[in-house]
Write a protein that binds this ligand. Structure first.
Ligand SMILES: Nc1ncnc2c1ncn2[C@@H]1O[C@H](COP(=O)(O)OP(=O)(O)O)[C@@H](O)[C@H]1O
Ligand SMILES: O=C(O)[C@@H](O)C(=O)COP(=O)(O)O
Length: 426
């Protein structure tokens, strides 16, 4: 039998976030890094497959091409429904990529309507009257307004998505969602008849997402953050379970590589530094000036790995990042830092690190690719949206890895994650 749900995630942390919610709702999930080559015969024993792309911030045409390739592969594996996963803060620009990718998937699947909801109440992302809240504030007042690649300055998702697509974007508001499955379906029918092609759906609670999940049963395509995943597995009869989240026992050195400049990560780095544990700061300007920052970071880590986790970070406040971007250019600075951190992560693994936390979606993409990882098994949740995973390194050894979305996780995430892994193994 083929897979039930085929998922396309626009970044790597987002992919593990989605896989985590599916696993917790009872599905057996395989996460693949990029689309396997069509010529490779694959036997996938899973209920859902999540293909992790790095397509959030690439040019829209490239994101569309990568997503269509993933779609073709997932369909060849028998996927009955497709889930396009983007960020719970709807990270995008007027050029895309959420709108163009959604349109292309709709065309390829021959469907004239789909839903869009980044809501993830467990992480404080709620949508009311089409406006996205991050915790207690509107998206446009959250740290996301300073994001280096996708600054979010408008909270009205109908207008944000509308700017990215030629299709009409409507709204399924919270009163309809509260009324239940039939009311949602009736509103969708009305929107469809009115010529709308997509609708932002309000959700302020997990119950809303569960109702929406039931309402979209049979839709060829859904688009969402990871939150909607809690409401879909039940459509195939799956029930919540922790059994699917077993990993092999952990071993080896511990390290954290953080290239996220999100508000939550800044807090986590500060909290970690307060503990007095070893930490090495990567300064992009010194890298750009030609200093061997990779060598320095690895020399530093090499002398501290025996004593516990070592943090290597480029995480800085929005002001500092802006200064760096002003000197190097935003895209150039991003790429330079990603490349540097990826080389450091590779060096850490060469020095025996086998428990690795990576912070930031783009950073995670660069690190996972540099390590030659092709698939992840999803393990126990550390905080909402962030599970430990197990990956096979190219030499066959197991690496325990957690890909932390920038804005996820409590302040002590960088130490508690390792404690949790040990507890789970005990
Ligand atoms: N000190 C820095 N100066 C400029 N850019 C940086 C710095 N540190 C990280 N970056 C870049 O900012 C981007 C952060 O994106 P990401 O890794 O997705 O994390 P997040 O979205 O949580 O900030 C990456 O491209 C990263 O290379
Ligand atoms: O949906 C979410 O918020 C996350 O899964 C996610 O995609 C975050 O991306 P980064 O902030 O770039 O890590």
């Amino acid at each position: 039998m083929g897979i039930r749900l085929g998922c396309i995630a626009d970044d790597f942390t987002g992919a593990t976030d989605l896989a985590n919610n599916l696993v917790r709702a009872g599905m057996r999930v395989v996460q693949l890094i990029d689309t396997p080559s069509a010529s490779v015969e694959q036997v996938i024993d899973a209920d859902a497959v999540v293909i992790a792309l790095k397509s959030r911030t690439v040019p829209a045409a490239d994101a569309v091409e990568a997503s269509l390739r993933a779609l073709a592969w997932l369909r060849s594996m028998g996927a009955e429904q497709i889930y396009f996963k983007y960020c719970s803060t709807f990270d995008s620009t007027p050029a895309g990529n959420i709108g163009p990718v959604t349109e292309a998937l709709m065309d390829a699947l021959g469907t004239d309507f789909t839903v869009a909801t980044p809501a993830f109440p467990d992480n404080g992302r709620t949508i009311f009257k089409g406006h996205l809240f991050v915790g207690d504030v509107l998206l446009s007042n959250s740290g996301m307004r300073h994001h280096p690649l996708t600054p979010m300055t408008d909270s009205d998702l109908v207008s944000v998505l509308g700017a990215q697509t030629a299709r009409e974007v409507g709204l399924v508001d919270h009163t309809v969602v509260a009324d239940g499955v039939e009311a949602i379906r009736a509103r969708v029918d009305a929107l469809r008849e009115g010529g709308f092609g997509m609708a932002i759906v309000d959700a302020v609670s997990n119950d809303d997402l569960v109702r929406l999940g039931a309402a979209v049963q049979g839709f060829p395509l859904v688009t969402a953050g990871s939150g909607l995943a809690i409401g879909l597995p039940a459509n195939w009869g799956f029930k919540p379970s922790r059994a699917a989240a077993q990993l092999p026992p952990p071993a080896g050195h511990r390290a954290v590589v953080s290239g996220s400049v999100s508000v939550a990560t800044n807090r986590q780095v500060l909290e970690y530094l307060r503990t007095g544990r070893p930490a090495f700061s990567v300064d992009p300007l010194r890298v750009a000036a030609g200093e061997d920052v990779v060598g320095q970071a690895l020399a530093f880590a090499g002398s501290h790995l025996d004593d516990g986790p070592v943090l290597v970070y480029s995480t800085e406040s929005a002001d500092t990042v802006r200064t760096v971007q002003g000197r190097l250019g935003a895209a150039e600075a991003g790429e330079l830092v990603e490349r540097t951190l990826a080389r450091i992560a590779q060096g850490l693994v060469d020095r025996g690190v086998r428990r690795l936390v990576v912070a930031g979606g783009e950073t995670s993409g660069a690190v996972v690719q540099a390590l030659g990882i092709t698939g992840l098994r999803i393990g126990p949740q550390i905080d909402p949206g962030v599970p430990w995973c197990a990956a096979a390194l190219p030499d066959g050894e197991t690496l325990h890895i957690a890909l932390k979305s920038g804005n996820f996780g409590g302040p002590d995430f960088f130490t508690r994650s390792f404690a949790l892994l040990d507890e789970e193994a005990a």
